[in-house]
Design a protein around this ligand. Sequence first.
Ligand SMILES: [Zn+2]
Length: 278
Amino acid sequence: MTVELTLLEAGHTTHSAGVARRGAGRAPVRFPALVGVVRHAGGVVLVDTGYAPRVVEALSHGIDRVYGGLLPVHVGPDESAVAQLAARGIDADDVTHVVVTHLHADHVGGLRDFPAARVVVARRAVDEIARVRGVGRLRRGLAPVLLPDDLADRLLDPMTLPRADDADVEPLGGARDLLGDGTVVVVPLPGHATGHLGVLVRTATRDVLLVGDAAWDRRAVTHRELPAPVVRLLSADWPRYTRTIDALHRLAERRPDLIVLPAHDEAAIAEARAELAT
Ligand SMILES: [Zn+2]
């Protein structure tokens, strides 16, 4: 069984280049919100859902305004994941699973648009959102209003999935097989946010590891160039974050055939698209 991977951008934010990569300067750069669309025999798996117009509204009240001010959201009605899928003839109900790398607004903005999907997310990340309030919530970049009301019923904790062969992702470990055929493998990438996940997609031509925000710039993976020091404050666990970067770096060296793709690196996304098309 083979799967096909399409890479969509559901809106974007902007901030200075040096935030994502130390020394990259203060010029504003575009940070697209990546959505991975995996077509398989039984339907469609999404990896993250990007921004949707509701995010603008969600981040316009109370303390969430601070987040919206720091990372302005740009997303038109046609840019949401559900609208882009519809334009490709894919109905929201065709989506069987949404793997959420983590619960930040730029990853769960479109989640409410897929009411039939199982939501693959670390249970402890969802538990945390219920616990933290105010500044703590802001620091963690969480906007609970973006989560579906019936999330608890549709939640699929990756720890409950069958184990996958770690050989493809070593030195990462803890791989889990989402569809039972090894084509979509969920891998813990801890550090950036509680329970952060990555997804290995094995297409007919290439293996692609969607790493979410475990790396913001592919040079973090290829050259271990880390984000600005301020990002430490916004990371759930900075030492684990740097260990995950080290592990991704070793994986990329061991497997030069593997496309390691951060969720917000515009150039890397464009290149991956071109490679997947060949
Ligand atoms: Zn993000």
